[in-house]
Structures are given as C-alpha cells and as structure tokens.
Design a protein around this ligand. Structure first.
Ligand SMILES: Nc1ncnc2c1ncn2[C@@H]1O[C@H](COP(=O)(O)OP(=O)(O)O)[C@@H](O)[C@H]1O
Ligand SMILES: [Mg+2]
Length: 485
C-alpha cells in the first residue's frame, strides 16, 4: 500500500480548544499558552459535531523518515482547527515520496519537512523540486532537522523561499501549533493575494479593452471628420469643373465647326457671318477664358485640399521633425470646413486668425494636428450647443467665433484657441482632461479628445495645455510648446 494514502483527518474536541466569551479570540492550549487569533479566525465551538467534515480541510504534509516523528506530530496537531477548518494530514517517509505527494496534491498548505532522509540533502531536493519544477510558490515549507549542524545555509533558505526552520527538539506541541497557525495564515494570505491578482488582471484586461474601443471610436470620429471634410471640399470644385467643362467642350466644338466652314469656302462672307451669329462668337470670346480660369481655380482648390490632407495626416517618423504650426492649423480648419460652414440652424462660424511671426518647431506633426483637430472640433460642438434655442438672426448678430492666435515667446510657441460657445461649469472644467470624461450624449462624445491632446502636448512634446472657461461665455485653450525639444 502506498504510504501517501495514509492520511488522517483530525477534528477539534471541546476539551482542547476553547473560546473565551469576550471579544478577543484566544486559543487556549493545554499548557495555558495563549495565541491571539485574528477576527476572521474565529474558532467556532458549535460546529465540532462532525458537520465540519464537509468543510474543506487544510492539507498538511509531514515528511520524515522516522515514523516516530510522524506519530508525535500527528498527536501534537490532533484536534487542531484553524478558521473553522480541520487538518488533513499526508505522510511521506522519503524525499522521493514527498515529491510524488506534493505533485499529486497542489493544494497542500504547508509541509513539515525533514532535511536528512535517504540522503543528507533529500529535504532540500524536495524544496528545489517544489519551487523550481512544480513552480509551487504557495505551499509553506517548514524545515525540521535533528541536529543544529544540519541547518541549511541562509542563501538556500532565501533562494527556495523556505518559510521557517526548526530543530526537531524545538517542536513541542505549542511551538508546533504556533508554527502551524503562522504557516496557515501565510498560505491563506498567499491564496487571497493570488485571487485578488487574478481579479485585478481581469479588470485591467477589461479596462484595456474598453480603452481600445474608446480610442478606436475617437479615431473613427476623426476619420469621419476627415472623410466628410474632404468630400465637402472636393465636391464644389468638382461640380465647377464638370459644369464648365461641358460649356468649354460645346464652345470648342462650335469654333471647330466654324473653322471647318471657313476652310470649305473662305470667300462666303454671308455664310460665315451667319455662323458667327449662330455660335455667339462674341460671347465665346469673352466667356471661354473665364470658364478656363474657373477650371484652373477649381483645380487649385483640389490641389489645396490634397495638400492639406497630406499635411494633416502626416505619418510621424520616430524622430521629431520641423513643422510649421500655421500649416497644421490651416489644414485642420480646411478639413473641418464642412462643420464650420452655415447650416439651417446657424450661419457659418467666423474664423479669426491672428498668426504671429513664429519659428517652425521640432515635433511630431501628425500628433500636433490631432491636438488642433480635437480642440477645434470641441469648439464647434460648444458653438453648436450654445446656438441651441437661439434664432438664426440672433446668432447672426452676435456671431459664432473661433479665434486662433499664435505667438512666439522666447523659446516657446503659444497657441490660443478661443470660442464664444457654451462654456463650462467649473466642476466640468476641472475634469475635462480625464480619460473618458464627457458631457456629450452617447455616440457623440468619447471623452478622449482632451485626454489625448494633453498627453500629446505634455508627455510627447514637453509642453503645457491649460483651459479657461466661463459658462455661457466661452472657452479658451492655451497651448505652449517648446520650439526645440
Ligand atoms: N471648447 C469647449 N467648450 C465647452 N466645453 C468643452 C470644450 N472643450 C471641451 N469641453 C468639455 O470637455 C469635455 C471633454 O472633451 P473631450 O475630451 O474632447 O471629449 P468629448 O468631446 O468626446 O466629450 C466635453 O464633453 C465638454 O464638456
Ligand atoms: Mg472632443
């Protein structure tokens, strides 16, 4: 029969464990030694009548090559209960048996482990096996040796996380129980920490996932602006080109017909004069250059938006590059034009630019444009919100304004974006840079715009961003960026 199977379950009996009536939980041992129990370690006298069998016992391993030590330990731990749970003792009589035992029972709480068994370091081998091979860091290991000289080196105790070391002669009943309580407490705490860690890891994963989704939706909203802006900006010039192209094609066809007529009979003046009237040559002469000019302007606008797109969505390289802040703001404004133009609720937002003479700065242009996009989109939202409930004429009189100022102050560039939109309450203003903070309805706001803006400005560029706002009056964001990092 495998000796490992020889385990014993011990239950406490009234005569050995008592609980005093006052609040402090004292475990009274036979020889009057007292151990203070923590609040949640209450020893409940009432559940001794066999019902406690159903509670999972603490699994303990006794490893020693002397059967007498097993008997003595078993006797000493008889009736021991901790946290209302009894002990389940496993026995192993050699290092090899001990390894097998712990591999089979990963939930063993602590091991009383002899050092010298089939070899001088059999116990230490067991420890190494448990910690390194099984990677079991929970089980508490209490080494026991017969002789002080058999004590392991301090370095071994540290390396293998040996929890306690005792001489066998030291292990009187009360010492053993004190050691058992300490080991079980440590084991219980380890399990609790493991559970908490697992819970926190799970929470962290959920958070990261949510964050990813939020960032994704913020990106989608930026992309939405971009696509809508480009479509809007390109539609007008395209319409202009196609309209003019039809007229130009027509006119040129007429002119070619006229030339053909002339080549057929250069002397037929009356026929040619009639044709000149028919094709309205005077009109063509005046209008064709205008049409061509319109087409050329339309091309320029398309070129312009294509250029802005390129500036706006500059892919940032690993290193910062020189960038003209004004180009960044202008390209962002162009992309947001579909949102600043007039609509049926309000006239066009007035953009006032007050650009100072500033140097190009070393930065990640794509990220800086993202900051402008986030701030300007918020200003437009704030102006739209402020316009709610007001009549068209009323808004027209007071005007919705976004004013952008830039200046160079010593080695920094200051960018101020100011709107006369709805403004904020102080309680809102205090939280706007928090990740996920939004006052906008679901689907409209992500609460990430300013968190991202602040991260880009402060962490990525060593700058500052501050907000000044008055409810009902408007908001000013002031960004300061170092010219050179
Ligand atoms: N220019 C502004 N005027 C008024 N309130 C603003 C302005 N900019 C930001 N806010 C407030 O800050 C909050 C957070 O902004 P942001 O981080 O961009 O997230 P979101 O725009 O998705 O709500 C907004 O919900 C709004 O309450
Ligand atoms: Mg925003």
């Amino acid at each position: 029969m495998n000796r490992n199977d020889r385990n014993t379950t011990l239950y406490k009996e009234n005569n050995t464990v008592t609980v005093p009536e006052d609040d402090d939980q004292l475990l009274l041992l036979e020889d009057d030694e007292l151990i203070l129990l923590e609040d949640d370690e209450v020893v409940d006298i009432e559940d001794v009548d066999g019902q406690s069998v159903e509670r999972e016992p603490w699994q303990i391993a006794i490893v020693d090559d002397e059967p007498a030590v097993h008997q003595a330990t078993e006797l000493a731990l008889k009736n021991f209960v901790f946290d209302s749970k009894p002990l389940l003792l496993f026995h192993a009589y050699s290092g090899a048996e001990a390894q097998e035992l712990v591999a089979e029972h990963p939930d063993i709480a602590f091991i009383l482990l002899d050092v010298v068994m089939e070899s001088n370091d059999a116990g230490l081998r067991v420890v190494r096996y448990i910690r390194e091979e099984l990677n079991n860091k929970r089980v508490q290991i209490i080494l026991r040796t017969g002789q002080p000289g058999e004590a392991p080196e301090e370095s071994v105790i540290r390396k293998y996380e040996i929890n306690d070391y005792k001489l066998k002669v030291e292990l009187t009943r009360q010492r053993l129980i004190t050691a058992a309580i300490a080991a079980l407490r440590a084991y219980r705490n380890t399990i609790a920490v493991e559970q908490k860690t697992a819970e926190l890891t799970q929470t962290l994963q959920t958070l990261q996932h949510t964050q990813l989704q939020l960032v994704q939706s913020e990106k989608m909203s930026a992309l939405g602006n971009l696509v809508a802006g480009v479509a809007h900006e390109i539609n007008n010039p395209l319409g202009c080109i196609s309209g003019n192209l039809a007229y130009v094609t027509d006119s040129i066809q007429n002119l070619l017909n006229f030339i053909q007529l002339y080549q057929a009979d250069p002397n037929s003046a009356s026929l040619l004069t009639k044709e000149i009237e028919a094709i309205e040559l005077e009109f063509i002469r005046e209008d064709l250059p205008k049409s061509l000019n319109s087409i050329s302007l339309a091309f320029e606008r398309i070129l312009n938006i294509s250029n802005s797109l390129r500036v706006f969505s500059r892919q940032d390289k690993d290193n910062k590059t020189l960038f003209n802040i004004h180009e960044g703001i202008d390209s962002t404004l162009l992309i947001l034009k579909h949102r600043t133009k007039a609509n049926d609720r309000r006239p066009a937002i007035v953009i006032i630019k007050d650009y100072g003479l500033i140097a190009d700065i070393q930065c990640f242009p794509g990220q800086i444009n993202q900051v402008f996009m986030n701030l300007l989109a918020n200003s437009i939202d704030a102006l739209d919100e402020g316009s709610q409930g007001k009549g068209y004429a009323e808004i027209e009189a007071s005007q919705n304004i976004i004013a952008i100022r830039t200046a160079m102050v010593e080695d920094r560039i200051i960018i101020q974006i100011k709107d006369n939109g709805c403004g904020m309450k102080p309680q809102t203003r205090d939280r706007i840079f928090e990740q996920g903070f939004t006052t906008k309805e679901v689907g409209k706001g992500t609460g990430l715009g300013l968190a991202i803006a602040r991260q880009i400005v402060t962490e990525k560029h060593g700058g500052t961003i501050v907000c000044d706002s008055t409810l009902g009056q408007g908001t000013t964001f002031t960004i300061s960026l170092p010219i050179a990092p």
